[in-house]
Design a protein around this ligand. Structure first.
Ligand SMILES: NC(=O)c1ccc[n+]([C@@H]2O[C@H](COP(=O)([O-])OP(=O)(O)OC[C@H]3O[C@@H](n4cnc5c(N)ncnc54)[C@H](O)[C@@H]3O)[C@@H](O)[C@H]2O)c1
Length: 385
């Protein structure tokens, strides 16, 4: 069994643990949080033998071979560097880090290394996203004319919604775009096989001040506490934004990101219009792929393995008609990552299907270009890393 340590015990850390446990090839033996008390509480709840209050102690455990970084954005770069320097395989939450300089440093660190590095861009591992990517690659949809869609949530809609993601020093200079727009960009680049090379962004803030409840609100918390007292916090990061993009082959697209769209929880929507047909996929109904035609009735393909392309069928974990979603895509992502480690392959020799630090760094360059475009009100080139 491959021995694993998890850093971060909030919303996403336990999701990593659940996915790893479904594989049967890896064992989570340690968890770290920002306090010993929280680490021990989570270790007890999740039946994990070792609990630490910091990443250094976890890295000193010689049995651990792989470390998952599930902490808030502001410590991603520092913790990722520590994991690499400790000689352990690393799987980082997105965004990879907070700045382009950090992205370059992390890419340089792993460039010639044998360590397997992954970034948690999970949406590319849904069956129907993989089916879409295969359909584009096989020429089924023809020449890509345009790509559009968005990522919509409502958990920051109210003035009293608050989380570390709002604060640039903890979440980064961009919020909605870095948090969920980054997912749209990775998924679209994966599906179309084309890099985004230029962007034009218009970002907006709905609440210029938010009321933050005393103490830390949990991620995606919708608790309404009439007794609570609030601090007034000024807001510098966007609640929504419109982004136009240009791809490397000159094809174009646009999308909207929003964390203030009532009723939408995690609507990641991708539409590709090609010269033969259209594809449309929505993460809130993830088992369906809409195929749009000009000269015959439209179709709704579901993720029954027998209906998918042969090389994609295994990404549907159960027979058709059994509901699969985000936890199953997470399992697919972990399965690919751990199989890659077990195979002894090197990322520089064979590009894996999961996102690597190079993909994470590329998305950081898109985030950087989006921020600059919004500030300068013009098209900005995405820098190569
Ligand atoms: N891939 C996805 O779909 C997805 C979904 C949700 C969140 N995320 C990402 O996951 C990350 C964490 O988000 P979350 O919602 O779980 O946050 P959270 O606030 O719920 O949890 C963060 C955890 O990190 C721990 N932590 C903070 N600083 C630490 C440190 N220095 N050392 C050790 N532990 C530390 C905290 O104790 C807490 O347990 C974010 O970067 C976010 O973008 C990704």
């Amino acid at each position: 069994m491959i021995k694993v340590g998890i850093v971060g015990a909030g919303f996403i850390g336990p999701a990593h643990i659940e996915a790893i446990r479904r594989l049967g090839v890896a064992e989570v033996i340690a968890i770290a949080a920002h306090t010993q008390e929280l680490a021990e509480k989570k270790a007890k709840e999740l039946n994990i033998p070792h609990a630490y209050s910091n990443v250094d102690d976890l890295l000193n455990n010689p049995d651990i071979q792989v470390v998952h970084n599930c902490t808030p954005n502001n410590v991603h770069a520092e913790i990722n560097k520590k994991i690499i320097r400790a000689g352990k395989h690393v799987f980082s939450e997105k965004p990879l880090c907070m700045t382009l300089d950090e992205a370059r440093e992390l890419s340089d660190l792993v460039k010639d290394s044998d360590l397997v590095h992954g970034v948690s861009f999970v949406y590319r591992k849904f069956s129907m996203v993989q089916q879409s990517a295969a359909m584009v690659a096989d020429g089924d949809i023809g020449r890509v004319f345009l790509v559009h869609g968005g990522y919509f949530q409502d958990w920051m809609m109210l003035e009293t919604d608050y989380n570390w993601r709002v604060e640039p020093e903890h979440g980064g200079k961009s919020r909605a775009f870095a948090d969920i727009g980054s997912h749209w960009c990775d998924t679209v680049q994966y599906t179309t096989g084309k890099k985004i090379t230029r962007v034009f962004a218009d970002l907006s803030i709905v609440w210029s001040e938010r009321k933050a409840i005393h103490g830390n609100a949990a991620t995606f918390s919708t608790e309404n506490n009439a007794e609570a007292t609030y601090d007034l916090k000024s807001v510098k990061t966007e609640d929504f934004g419109f982004i136009m993009v240009m791809f490397e082959d000159g094809s174009r697209g646009s999308f909207t990101v929003s964390q203030v769209s009532a009723g939408r929880k995690n609507q990641l929507l991708i539409v590709i219009n090609g010269s033969k047909m259209s594809l449309s996929w929505d993460q809130e109904t993830p088992q369906q792929l809409w195929l749009g035609h000009r000269d015959k009735p439209n179709q709704l393909l579901t993720d029954d393995p027998s209906l998918l392309k042969k090389n994609i069928a295994a990404s549907a974990n159960y027979p058709g008609g059994h509901i699969e979603g985000w936890p199953d895509a997470f399992k697919n992502m972990m399965q690919e990552y751990y199989s890659y480690i077990a195979s002894g392959k090197r990322i520089q020799d064979e590009k894996p299907g999961f996102a690597t630090f190079f993909d994470g760094a590329n998305v950081m360059a898109i985030i950087d270009a989006v921020i600059e475009s919004n500030e300068r009100n013009c098209w900005v080139d995405v820098q190569e890393i």
